[in-house]
Write a protein that binds this ligand. Sequence first.
Ligand code: FES
Length: 130
Amino acid sequence: MVFGANDVAEPLGPRGDAPQPQVFMPKISYISHEGTRYEVEAEIGTTVMENAVKNLVPGIEAECGGACSCATCHVYVDEAWVAATGEPEPMEEDMLDFAADPRPTSRLSCQIKVNGDLDGLVVHIPARQA
Ligand code: FES
């Protein structure tokens, strides 16, 4: 094969096979109540809770597994991200009544779906869960 001036050689995959397509993974930062930052890359369509659990971010318990029935995935959405994450649905709003120390920016992280607009999202983990 002859390469021209405009051809770009793509790197081979990890085992020398065809290159893997680059998948965009939005970054999410979880800030503990002590100030420790945990940054993870999240798959689009998953939830903020699932990415915390998968990456062993401490402080997100998620006892109900994302069924919106435990409030142990409670987070405070950073002020800069409140509009992008949207408002809680009525069922989530009801469950937030059971969260420890709820605030105006409180959300259940199992109800926040990751999408491309959330690249850079910052959430703060409360000192304790419900
Ligand atoms: Fe139980 Fe979110 S994981 S309410």
